[in-house]
Design a protein around this ligand. Structure first.
Ligand code: 9WN
Length: 473
């Protein structure tokens, strides 16, 4: 008998993404997650840009088409035909989209998508279409969602993207495990019970979601859960700098979005000034987030960033991968911001902590304790190698840290993080893996696993936010 020949991993990844493309967006997984998810679409676009940049642009535009009037970009855009296949669905929210949000990785993704095909992007007016909407999205986060110390709060564990991380345990324990909605668990048909949050967690998730929905999804009524997360804040800072890059590119290209009556050579100087002005505002917003993160979320003993409970004012001293993601910030310091100084204002502070964070990443809780990067430190009492965000290695986290250490020139750590992607294709692109054995867990054919594998295979850019090599088209 002849052995099947192996498919090229990039082709295998593309096949997953092609089969999940609905014509407007990519579902994270056909069974478990049959709608469009917010941050999944950003990661998907980052991978898709290499093979189908027009589809990567469409992915982000579809998501932004679902933006709510107050600027929020919804956690889920529901497919009406599949409303029974995932819970809670559109019927729960009484709307076509979830009232919650997810981490703001979108502007960063949009900039990478633009850079992959500047000519196609210019032809479609991609930046001009997405920039104002992304700026309004960030405006929502800096406005109604601002926590007491500045950076936005997550009002539900689902908003953090890392749903059952131990970072949320104490705050969630204050939520009564009683919901009015009858809870269905279609998710358990697609993943093992030992790999998904338990029913007590779910009762609390629903209780919180009901409270938020019943308050009209406004942010003036406290619902008892408001957390500042180092992962969420870092992605916002990176995305703000991406908006700064976009503002400059738009100004150079005519600036129609930046000035109401844009276009025309006579106004070129005004466009440039408007671009530089907008870019400075985005960089200042990023710097404020970074400074607050550094002042309020750093944990000297754990050697990483932790979460802050906005309700009690207390830091949540748990070691998770979320607290290592700020390693992306020093990589933003490269030359090329709008001031041309090579410094994001105020960002000397995290640079001081870079070595310590790198040591924690390489230490026994994370890469020093086993081959793959766990979502929760191996030294945390809640560590469980099979349970969702309490230990398993997730590919988006390996990717974020890979890009961070590459930008810092740490090839040794980059090589370690890249190994995670070697086990993706042979196992059918699992949602996450055991951090010790690499065995696949959760659902299979998971879109962001495929997309980020593709990105790692096809791009080795050692910059968190590449700047235009040539003037933008
Ligand atoms: C709730 C879709 C999403 C990801 C999240 C991941 C998981 C949903 C769930 O799946 O969350 O949003 O039902 O568990 O935690 O990060 O966006 O892939």
């Amino acid at each position: 008998m002849h052995k099947d020949f192996e498919e090229d991993p990039a082709d295998a990844a593309a096949r997953v993404l092609n089969s999940h493309w609905t014509g407007r967006h990519t579902v994270p997984a056909t069974g478990l997650y049959p709608h469009q998810w917010s941050w999944d679409s950003a990661f998907v676009a980052i991978g898709t840009r290499h093979r189908a940049p027009e589809r990567a642009r469409a992915e982000l535009v579809t998501l932004l088409d679902a933006q709510r009037a107050d600027g929020r970009v919804p956690q889920i855009v529901y497919d009406a035909e599949r409303d029974d296949d995932y819970a809670p669905g559109a019927a729960f929210w009484g709307a076509a989209t979830s009232g919650l949000v997810q981490p703001p990785v979108h502007a960063w993704a949009a900039w990478l998508v633009h850079r992959a095909d500047p000519a196609g992007s210019a032809r479609e007016g991609f930046l001009a279409r997405v920039y104002p909407r992304l700026a309004r999205w960030h405006g929502y986060l800096h406005g109604p969602r601002a926590g007491a110390v500045g950076p936005p709060v997550a009002k539900h564990p689902w908003e953090t993207g890392t749903d059952n991380s131990p970072l949320w345990d104490a705050a969630l324990a204050r939520v009564p495990p009683e919901a009015r909605t009858a809870i269905r668990r279609p998710d358990l048909q697609h993943a093992g019970t030992g790999e998904r949050p338990g029913s007590r967690d779910y009762r609390r998730y629903y209780r919180l979601a009901e409270a938020y929905r019943d308050a009209g999804c406004t942010d003036d009524v406290p619902i008892g859960f408001a957390m500042v997360c180092p992962l969420f804040s870092t992605l916002l800072a990176v995305s703000e700098v991406a908006l700064a890059r976009m503002a400059v590119a738009l100004a150079d290209g005519g600036g129609g979005v930046l000035l109401p009556d844009g276009g025309g050579d006579a106004r070129a100087g005004a466009h440039e000034a408007a671009g530089a002005h907008a870019a400075r505002a985005h960089e200042a917003a990023a710097a404020r987030v970074v400074a607050a993160l550094d002042q309020h979320l750093w944990d000297e003993e754990l050697g990483l960033y932790v979460a802050l409970d906005d309700t009690t004012g207390e830091r949540v001293r748990r070691a998770t991968v979320n607290g290592l993601v700020p390693l992306l910030l020093p990589g933003l310091l490269g030359a090329g911001n709008s001031r041309g100084t090579g410094n994001l204002p105020g960002s000397e502070i995290p640079t001081r902590r870079t070595e310590r964070l790198l040591a924690t990443l390489a230490g026994p809780g994370f890469l020093g304790g086993g081959p793959y990067l766990p979502s929760t430190s191996r030294e945390d009492p809640a560590f469980d190698p099979a349970l969702y965000w309490r230990g398993p290695a997730w590919f988006n986290m390996s990717w974020l840290l890979l890009r961070a250490v590459q930008a810092l020139g740490r090839d040794d750590l980059a090589a370690r993080l890249r190994e995670h992607f070697d086990v993706a294709a042979p196992q059918g692109f699992p949602e996450y893996t055991d951090p010790d054995t690499g065995a696949g867990r959760g659902t299979r054919q998971f879109s962001w696993t495929a997309a980020l594998t593709l990105d790692v295979l096809l791009s080795d850019e050692a910059a968190v936010l590449p700047t235009p090599a040539a003037p933008p088209v």
